[in-house]
Design a protein around this ligand. Structure first.
Ligand SMILES: O=P(O)(O)OC[C@H]1O[C@H](OP(=O)(O)OP(=O)(O)O)[C@H](O)[C@@H]1O
Ligand SMILES: Nc1ncnc2[nH]cnc12
Length: 173
């Protein structure tokens, strides 16, 4: 089974020059979704992780399922103004301007080993901000896992020597 057959590519969305890589066909096929979750499950176990984090919105599609499969906890990383309890935040750079990610202050306990899961790695800004949030809370990111990596953007260079698992690769946007 070639995972690329279950990723739709939409040129010009959400703006000209971008080829949007849509993972929703994976979710429409239980066998394909099972193979993705099994691959992430094996990676999480290899890293001896005891917690999963994923950013909204598409990271949630995979992160919660993998956490259940591995029998470990999960917490959501959200855009500002969404989390109801005491949170910490990290600002990060976009192509133009900045954005911010937030996590509940009690989501991770000091010493926990975290894997970050998302649908796609582009510039790496999202996951770099999550790595900083985890450090602020006394945890350690022991791996990052993606369905898709956009190779030309070199996002994983921002993660130092943290192991990265990408199930498919595309050249760039
Ligand atoms: O590596 P980066 O350059 O940080 O980009 C990758 C992020 O961009 C997309 O999310 P987006 O911010 O579009 O949010 P969404 O999932 O809510 O649509 C994608 O799901 C990743 O989370
Ligand atoms: N090309 C792309 N497709 C889907 N999500 C993205 N996030 C950043 N770049 C993306």
């Amino acid at each position: 089974m070639d995972l690329k057959n279950y990723i739709a590519s939409i040129p010009g969305f959400p703006k000209e020059g971008i080829i949007f890589r849509d993972v929703t066909p994976i979710l429409q096929n239980a066998d394909v979704m099972r193979s993705v979750i099994d691959a992430f499950d094996a990676f999480v176990k290899e890293q001896n992780a005891d917690f999963i984090l994923a950013p909204e919105a598409r990271g949630f599609l995979f992160g919660t399922t993998v956490a259940m499969e591995c029998g470990i906890g999960f917490a959501p990383v959200r855009k500002p103004g969404k989390l109801p309890r005491k949170s910490i935040s990290e600002t990060y750079q976009l192509e133009y301007g900045t954005d911010e990610l937030c996590i509940h202050a009690d989501a991770i306990q000091p010493g926990q080993k975290v894997v970050v899961i998302d649908d796609l790695l582009a510039t790496g800004g999202t996951v770099e901000a999550i790595i900083k949030l985890v450090h602020k809370m006394g945890g350690e990111v022991v791996g990052c896992a993606f369905v898709i990596e956009l190779d030309d953007l070199n996002g994983k260079e921002r993660f130092g020597d943290i192991p990265v698992c990408s199930l498919t690769h595309f050249a760039g946007e």
